[in-house]
Design a protein around this ligand. Structure first.
Ligand code: COA
Length: 166
């Protein structure tokens, strides 16, 4: 488990994004060059895990989305109202700095995103993620996410499971 205190807060302009290195060039580039513009345009929200020295250990993004009822597994779809789609929250990106890997931070950020989406006043049925590769899909499955179909890299986790535990 991670042994330094971290807090997860919305990304601010004062945070130093340039030192962040997830080992994934597209995720680094997006975080360094694009995310603040997307936040200004309100097409994404970004949250960062910060050390007490204001170092960014990880980040994730959230935005509104929807999932077609016909894309969900039949067992899930049959329990939902017959609308064409259900509202969702998409976690577009999730990345942990190489210096903080394998210490539980990825799982903690996933739980934070899930909790944030489940607490929101605007309803969403599920948290949805787009796995960028097989290891990422494994990581999400390990945390209970379900693939839309066997071959799909889009996975979802219903938010109601969190609410029931409260
Ligand atoms: C994927 C990523 C976010 C995981 O972060 P992390 O902090 O190293 O992972 P954690 O230490 O929180 O792992 C939590 C749990 O997931 C498991 N896990 C981690 N990676 C896994 C994988 N590829 N497959 C299956 N399980 C995995 C760990 O074994 C751990 O299990 P436990 O809680 O039962 O002990 C990180 O490796 C990363 O930033 N990768 C590059 C970007 C990326 O792939 N992002 C995914 C979004 S597309």
């Amino acid at each position: 488990m991670i042994d330094v205190p971290l807090r997860v807060i919305p990304l601010l302009p004062a945070h130093d994004r340039m030192a962040f290195d997830s080992g994934s060039e597209p995720l680094n580039r997006y975080f360094r060059l694009q995310v603040s513009q997307d936040m200004r345009r309100r097409v994404t929200a970004c949250f960062v895990a910060l050390t007490s020295e204001q170092c960014i250990a990880g980040y994730y993004t959230l935005a509104s989305a929807s999932v077609l009822l016909t894309d969900l597994p039949a067992t899930t779809a049959k329990k939902l109202p017959r609308y064409p789609s259900v509202p969702a929250v998409r976690m577009g990106r999730l990345a942990v700095d190489l210096g903080f890997r394998g210490q539980g931070l990825g799982g903690a950020l996933l739980a934070d995103a899930h909790d944030r989406a489940a607490r929101a006043e605007i309803a969403a049925y599920a948290l949805v993620v787009e796995a960028k590769d097989e290891p990422a899909a494994d990581f999400y499955r390990h945390h209970g996410f379900i693939a839309l179909s066997d071959s799909s890299m889009t996975l979802f986790l219903p938010l109601a499971t969190v609410n029931k535990a409260r």
